[in-house]
Design a protein around this ligand. Structure first.
Ligand code: RI2
Length: 314
């Protein structure tokens, strides 16, 4: 019964499906398929499926927002509930698709002609901006970090290459070395907190620091479903720590007295961020609180449990 959901959860956990937006989309698609297959005990089964999906990766709030959105289905009987859950999953997927297009359009306006752009990891939102700016003849070259340990930078390089965008792969530690040649940095987001901080791939905060020191604008491309309503209630973002075997070989891991740590994300304070490009506009990070109120206005604590439902889908 829960096989579809268990299989999907495995794909997210092992990062076969990765990237905050892709994970959110995949979760909505999975819940849609699952809802179609339920026969009896609809509410309990949907709740259990949601729990399985939410346990996979803790940091990207896009997963939480997607699952939570679908789970706010309504209906008098099982058939109505199923229909509504499917409709909501489709709405969320549409939200993802339209947001990327808008972000590309808005973000490209922030890029000057002949720009050298730096990016980190593999963000579909950041790439939407870079691709649109390139189409408009504004991007001369892109520096992409390899993004150890999972090397998502290789995906970025391939994607840029497919679009015919001149791309240079650099190791993560070469960021400061090349920063003087860069006109702007653009990265994606896994979560934006109520105080405007960015949670993104490990290493992002070092890039932001280097950009600030070199006076290079640092932009974030983030759909509004990357904003965390939970942080409005004081909840802290959990930083996923992945297996040490991703970063070190067995001969290091077996050394007595040596620890190997592998956090997958870090936090960049809002003071390092010039602008956040969302589908509803280019906003200063200080406005994160208002975006959360606007998009997740219907956020209430019900019997100690946070129930959230976005208000708008335009
Ligand atoms: P989009 C990724 O996480 C990266 O941190 C990336 O910046 C972020 O998701 C956003 O990606 P991971 O799943 O949603 O590779 O913009 O750990 O595609």
């Amino acid at each position: 019964m829960f096989q579809i959901v268990e299989d999907a959860a495995k794909k997210i956990r092992t990062m076969e499906v990765r990237g905050a937006a892709r994970i959110a989309r995949f979760a909505a698609e999975t819940l849609k398929l699952f809802a179609e297959s339920i026969n009896g005990d609809f509410d309990e089964k949907m709740k259990k499926a949601a729990e399985i999906l939410l346990k996979t990766r803790p940091t990207a709030v896009s997963l939480y927002n997607s699952v939570n959105y679908v789970l706010r289905y309504e209906g008098e009987n099982e058939e109505e509930k199923r229909k509504n859950a499917i409709k909501r999953a489709e709405e969320f997927i549409k939200w993802i698709e339209t947001a990327h297009e808008k972000i590309g359009e808005i973000g490209a306006r922030r890029i000057r002609r002949n720009s050298v752009v730096m990016t980190h990891c593999n963000s579909s939102a950041a790439l939407a901006v870079i691709k649109e700016a390139f189409k408009q003849g504004k991007v001369k070259e892109v520096f992409a970090t390899e993004s150890r340990p999972r090397m998502q930078g290789h995906l970025t390089i391939k994607e840029l290459n497919e679009e015919g965008i001149p791309a240079t792969l650099i190791v993560d530690s070469a960021v400061r070395y090349f920063m003087d040649d860069v006109d702007c940095v653009i990265v994606g987001a896994d979560t934006i907190t109520a105080n405007g901080a960015l949670i993104n791939k490990i290493g992002t905060s070092q890039i932001a620091l280097a950009a600030k020191e070199a006076r290079v604008p640092f932009m974030v491309a983030a759909e509004t479903y990357k904003f965390s309503p939970k942080t409005l209630f004081g909840e802290l973002v959990i930083i996923e720590e992945r297996d040490a075997s991703e970063v070190a070989p067995p001969e290091i891991l077996s050394l007595k007295g040596v620890k190997v740590r592998n956090p997958a994300f870090d936090a960049t304070p809002r003071d390092y961020i010039d602008v956040i490009i969302t589908e509803i506009g280019a906003i200063p990070p200080e406005m994160a609180y208002l975006v959360i109120k606007e998009r997740f206005g219907y956020a209430i604590l019900e019997e100690g449990e946070l129930k959230i439902s976005p208000k708008h889908f335009d």
